[in-house]
Design a binder for this molecule. Structure first.
Ligand code: NAX
Length: 332
């Protein structure tokens, strides 16, 4: 039997973690053969709530879960971890813009970057969920110089899943029939959900999503806006931000990073930009990636038209602004 791996979830007393911890602990992410030790980090006022989460994990009687380490100390939380889900942050409230969150949250990710640098495994895979996710991932990586930059990623998988669900509903196929829909740029309202390289599996073969949808105007307007504003729509309806779907997406992201993507298929992840597709360099930008042996590569050679170039430019500019604001906050 394999040795247990250590996995940390921050914000472990929060609502995303409440769904995510169960998924991880039952084997949905690292596989049904991989035993786990879960490290749960939250802040001191949440330790009582966290104790309840620990009780419930125990009461789930999950065979893969070998032990649970609840803590408010980043040193304990990040010790020897192979995977880190950085969920903990101040969540966006109704009517709040993501920018308002930036100053509060980048400081958290500086501290956690430093702790990862000192205590985590050097090949730790880090997924930042807490917003502003892309910029938090960038800051975290900067304060963890002994860990490769490629190991810090930000979650845009929820946006991808939302986009693929919209296409599936439009075409009336099961969601698993839709692939290769791309989220470009920032996990924010400037993101560009792009179905122009997507495929839909119908009648035994993959056909272009554009042909399956048969409505380019919809793909450039209502589709884009619905995906961009889906987070806000969920908040308006539920009075709380997306949690079940965010947890599912975080599990999808990490599972694919560890296990790889099938030939010809790609997924979207916020990764350190090398300037591909005209994106600014050295920001965490969501690109289509294919994954093999635990390493992602940006999919090259996709043709982007003027409409796409314009939207890529807008979201890239926002990431440059966020980076400048984040650095100003940290250096103040
Ligand atoms: P909750 O407020 O339910 O939980 C957050 C938890 O983080 C709380 O228990 C809080 O005490 C804890 N926390 C705060 N500071 C911490 C620190 N320094 N160290 C450890 N824990 C800390 O929020 P939840 O709904 O779970 O959302 C968490 C984050 O995910 C938010 O930033 C939210 O904006 C972000 N989201 C990101 C998404 C994405 O696609 N990238 C989508 C869903 C979600 O909106």
């Amino acid at each position: 039997e394999s040795e247990p791996i250590r996995v940390v979830v921050t914000g472990a007393a929060g609502q995303i973690a409440y769904s995510l911890l169960y998924m991880i602990a039952k084997g949905d992410v690292f596989g049904s053969e991989q035993p786990l030790i879960l490290h749960l980090l939250d802040i001191p006022p949440m330790m009582g709530v966290l104790e309840g989460v620990v009780m419930e994990l125990s009461d789930c009687a999950l065979p893969l879960l070998r032990s649970v380490v609840p803590t408010d100390d980043p040193v304990v939380a990040f010790k020897d971890v192979a995977a880190a889900f950085l969920v903990g942050a101040m969540p966006r409230k109704q009517g709040m813009e993501r920018k308002d969150l930036l100053s509060a949250n980048v400081k958290i990710f500086k501290v956690q970057g430093e702790a990862l640098d000192k205590h985590a495994k050097k090949d730790v895979k880090v997924l930042v969920v807490g917003n502003p996710a892309n910029t938090n991932a960038l800051i975290c990586s900067r304060y963890a110089p002994s860990i490769p930059k490629e190991n810090f990623t930000a979650m845009t998988r929820l946006d991808q899943n939302r986009a693929q669900a919209q296409i599936a509903a439009k075409v009336n196929v099961p969601v698993a029939s839709v692939s290769n829909v791309i989220i470009w740029g920032n996990h924010s309202s400037t993101q560009f959900p792009d179905a122009s390289h997507g495929t839909v599996h119908m009648a035994g073969k993959d056909i272009p999503a554009r042909d399956a949808v048969g409505d380019d105007v919809w793909l450039r307007t209502a589709f884009v806006e619905t995906v961009q504003k889906r987070g806000a729509a969920v908040i308006n309806a539920r009075k709380m931000s997306s949690a079940m779907s965010a947890a599912k997406a975080a599990g999808d992201h990490m599972r694919d990073w560890f296990n790889g993507t099938p030939p010809g298929k790609f997924v979207s992840m916020g990764v350190i930009s090398d300037g591909s597709y005209g994106a600014p360099k050295d920001v965490v930008f969501s690109f289509p990636v294919s994954i093999k042996n635990g390493k992602w590569e940006i999919v090259q050679g996709l043709v982007t038209d003027d409409f796409a170039k314009e939207l890529l430019d807008v979201t890239g500019k926002e990431l440059l602004e966020e980076r400048a604001e984040a650095i100003a906050v940290i250096e103040a």
